[in-house]
Design a protein around this ligand. Structure first.
Ligand code: SAH
Ligand code: DHB
Ligand code: MG
Length: 223
């Protein structure tokens, strides 16, 4: 099966370029023990997020959708000196598992976990003057992707990166007639990206241990 090969290649990439990482392994074990779904990004994808955050020397990172904090660990490890990450999570139980994982990772002090609907937290971040974020990673409820993109843009600066997970959905994104609300959410995001002159965007398909999916990546243009 193709997906077996995809996983074998993810394992190969991880073995050659990522290596043993007991903190991340333990985070995935704690997620499973806490009953969280295994919908974290893969290790190669997590490292891509890390590298992108490093490339923009991110000091402020926004994440929408924490789960157990697996992607949060990859991103927080990339923070420049004095940097902070804010991550938004609906479920108290997910946030509790994430907090423990971040503590074990030695990153708890760098990460502000806010529990509740992200669409409530985002206007609060704006009124606090928490931005601009150098990088936003959007990975929560897919029907709200275009809303989260609008907020990430509002909380950005020229040069910020906005990355959205799960925009390919086994290829279903190309099906204009799909009744799937997650697919409609991905398509609404593409519409928003296409219509937004303040960003330059692309999307890349990925295959691997998490199946066939993809990231959208946008950079906020200079004014
Ligand atoms: N980024 C994580 C995976 C996130 S899974 C990783 O790669 O490790 C998606 C998460 O979004 C889940 O934990 C889910 O509870 C959360 N979520 C769903 N709806 C949400 C909402 N309205 N506001 C904030 N978080 C939400
Ligand atoms: C789902 C959510 C994700 O963020 C992901 O990466 C994979 C699957 C889901 O809700 O099924
Ligand atoms: Mg995801």
């Amino acid at each position: 099966m193709a997906s077996d090969n995809w996983t074998a290649v993810d394992d190969y990439i991880s073995n050659r370029l990522i290596g043993a990482d007991p903190v991340l392994d333990e985070a995935l074990r704690a997620n499973a023990a806490g009953g969280l779904p295994a919908i974290d990004v893969s290790a190669p994808q997590g490292k891509l997020l890390h590298l992108l955050a490093r490339s923009v020397k991110a000091r402020k990172i926004l994440e929408v959708g924490t789960l157990g904090g697996y992607s949060t660990i990859w991103l927080a490890r990339a923070l420049a000196e004095g940097g902070r990450l804010v991550t938004l999570e609906l479920e108290q139980q997910h946030a509790a598992v994430a907090a423990a994982n971040l503590t074990r990772a030695g990153l708890r002090d760098l990460v502000d976990i806010r529990v509740g609907p992200a669409l409530d937290a985002l206007p609060k971040l704006e009124s606090e003057g928490a931005g601009p974020f150098d990088l936003a990673f959007i990975d929560a409820d897919k029907p709200n992707n275009a809303n989260y993109f609008a907020w990430a843009l509002k909380l950005s600066r020229p040069g910020s990166l906005i990355i959205v997970d799960n925009v390919v959905r086994n290829g279903a994104v190309a099906d204009a007639a799909s009744p799937d609300e997650n697919v409609k959410g991905a398509r609404a995001l593409f519409d928003a990206l296409a219509a937004e002159p303040r960003v330059t965007a692309t999307a890349v398909q990925t295959v691997g241990s998490k199946g066939w999916d993809g990231f959208a990546i946008a950079v906020v243009n200079e004014a």
